[in-house]
Write a protein of this length. Sequence first.
Length: 484
Amino acid sequence: MKYIAIAVCLALGLVLAGGTTPVGAAEFRILDDHPEGCNIALTGQIAAGDTDRLRRLTASPDDPSQTRFLYGGITLCLDSPGGSYLEGLALAQHLAYAGIASHVPARATCLSACALAFLGGSRLGLEDGIIRSVDRSLHGTARLGFHAPQLDLPPGQFNETEVKKAFGVAIRSSALLFSRLDALKIDQAFALAFFDVPDGTFLEIDTPARVLALGADVTGITDLPTRIAPQRAAQICAQVFETFDPQTYTDPDQYTSVVRTAHQDLPPQRAGQQRHAYLFATTAEGTMMWDACELTWTPPGAASGAQLRATHHALHDFNTYDYGNDTPPTQAELLARITRAPLRSALLDPALSAPAGTRLASLATAPPHLRADKPAASCAPVHHSYRVVGVQNFSNLRAAPGFDAQVLAEVPKDARVTPLSHDFKATAIQTGPCRTACQPSQAGRLHPGDNWSIAACRGSNDVWWQVRTATGTTGWMSSKYLRR
């Protein structure tokens, strides 16, 4: 009852102090070549009706109900101080339904109702039905904050009827939020945390740990450590797999307890990589078991970019029945066991490699660009670099866009090139149909079918990018032969 009361009172503050119908409404703009892959920008106060406006902006011309972006979906970028709490939830619901990713770009602000809308960011795929996966991210210099304003009623401003009406809306708003925790992919503890922040403050998503708790990704991060300390490895494992959290196993009612922990360095699988093993011994109803969390860390500078992976291995055949022996496995014993099928594996946000408590802004030093696994509905180059593919030996770098232009160099297969800019300044479109498909802002609408048209143009020889090779030579290449 305590938490329900907190939620109701603070939601009432949202309704009255935040306003359900702020003056004006959010502005939506179609984007063609945003450096962070944004396809639609939302700016300004969120007001009632904004969800319907976004729905119309992205509806199929043949069937307005067909607004689902399957595969390679679009990204909505948010820059708003807040607004209507209920409309923020409605926007989140629509993003989840349509398969629209959410992103807060560099130096943008997304607070209160905007942060609620952010929670709906999703990507849709098709595998025995529509599969939804969370797709929400923020740049390291962006500000994303959740809160519930305190109730502030100046004397005489509201009559009894207005207060009762607002209180009713507050109860429905709170119930709606807490009934949608599963759909929004946040847990109750996170929701209660941002409902319980002090007046005038926000639950800021400004550290890697909070990004992980939110289930988001962070972009624009390059100032990362070259090595992960053993203590940080243990913290990451506990954050990602609750099996490695001491609180999970210290439960007298379940007769479980933590026996000991240990750390083991492992030989890297490739040059420049680190491998750690955080070992965790527990007893469950008298049986001792070892688990290993293997972390592999590739720092920035590698061809693949920074990568952090956590893998959970069960070592239940090691010292299982020797209760008096809690000696951890040696490196050789560990390597022999973790070659088997792991229980779970997860590719993590590289920002988690930073020491605990590190602020995102202090890690954001590079120009913004999309993270490696994110699709983009744009004919402009949106990644930091691209790899030469689809050729037997090499692709030609030319003095101008088009196969008739002078050849400047032969760029080997799998070599990486860097776009000169992440917009149409470094893009040349050769045909009229692709110019139309690649610039949906001219039509003022973005339909699900546009994704396929954009992908087809990028996969043809109609789109050329101006790039720089590793040797510093600048020229033009067909986007058909460049992939992230």
